[in-house]
Design a protein around this ligand. Structure first.
Ligand code: G
Ligand code: G
Ligand code: MN
Ligand code: NA
Length: 254
């Protein structure tokens, strides 16, 4: 309860920040997108998202917080694109945000006011959201997709949804959970499962992103498997907007 009051104050006092983690084309190392990740500095103490996202959802504060992240990230990514840097934005969503009143309109407004094209925005959802409150969630996500916004299944392979949900909700991308990537080259079953997910995704015409790449061996195996996109500490860590600025300057001049 105390945390909830602090969260509300933190929103008013603008204690939240966004870090961006690059997603790259594994063959060329070109940055294709950045994933926005919320950060809370409570005074000088960093509070991990795992600690405050649950309470933010329970109290409903995730709705105004998520709206701030959406508008801010759209604005920043649109500014990078205005410098001729062709990158997209990936945003994580909570179930509560999607079913909140005016969610679709809010996304439309954020796109309109920032000038970010709908096709440059990818909304990441996890499989569970397509099980609980599935009908309303799928309806709204489908409306956004009809506007040109892309959809991704985050933490793919760990959820409870059956593969049939890929028919109910047209998605554009799957992001392979780090628990698979971590076993690459070390665990035969995880290596086989990763290879199978990459093939499944591509056979369905989806973009496949491997998450949590930390070791060169994982990167090598993913490339051999034909996985075209990746994310992880080996590739690039989440960074403040200033860090993305520098990355853009190096990317555009080489
Ligand atoms: O950035 P980090 O790895 O600490 O993120 C931890 C978790 O918080 C991840 O599951 C991530 O999806 C989630 N997360 C990060 N930023 C956001 C956000 O802006 N909105 C929502 N709903 N979840 C987020
Ligand atoms: O659930 P989601 O995929 O949105 O989680 C994103 C979180 O994963 C971010 O908090 C980010 O800091 C973290 N992350 C990104 N790359 C790596 C990595 O290579 N290793 C680990 N351990 N965490 C990572
Ligand atoms: Mn994510
Ligand atoms: Na993930």
């Amino acid at each position: 309860l105390e945390l909830a009051a602090d969260l509300q104050r933190a929103l008013i006092d603008q204690q939240f920040a966004i870090e961006y983690q690059p997603v790259v084309d594994l063959a060329t190392s070109r940055v294709t997108a950045v994933e926005a990740l919320v950060r809370w500095w409570r005074g000088s103490v960093f509070v991990p998202p795992e600690q405050f996202l649950g309470p933010a959802e329970d109290t409903g504060l995730i709705v105004p917080l998520g709206e701030w992240i959406l508008r801010e990230a759209c604005r920043e990514v649109a500014a990078w694109r205005a410098e001729s840097w062709d990158i997209g934005l990936s945003l994580n969503l909570s179930a509560r945000q999607i079913t909140a009143p005016r969610f679709v309109e809010t996304v439309e407004e954020a796109l309109a006011e920032s000038g970010l094209p709908a096709s440059a925005l990818t909304l990441e959802v996890i499989e569970e959201m397509l099980v609980e409150d599935a009908e309303e969630t799928i309806k709204r996500l489908s409306e956004l997709r009809a506007l040109g916004v892309r959809l991704a299944i985050d933490d793919f392979g760990t959820g409870y949804a059956s593969l049939a949900f890929l028919r109910q909700l047209p998605v554009d991308m799957i992001k392979i959970d780090p628990s698979f990537v971590s076993g690459l080259g070390k665990d035969d079953t995880l290596t086989l499962l990763t290879r199978t997910i990459v093939r499944l995704g591509h056979d369905l015409g989806l973009i496949v992103v491997a998450e949590g790449i930390e070791r060169p061996e994982q990167l090598e195996l993913l490339k051999q498997m034909g996985c075209t996109r990746g994310q992880g500490f080996l590739v690039a860590r989440p960074m403040a907007a200033r860090g993305v600025d520098s990355l853009m300057r190096t990317s555009l001049t080489v």
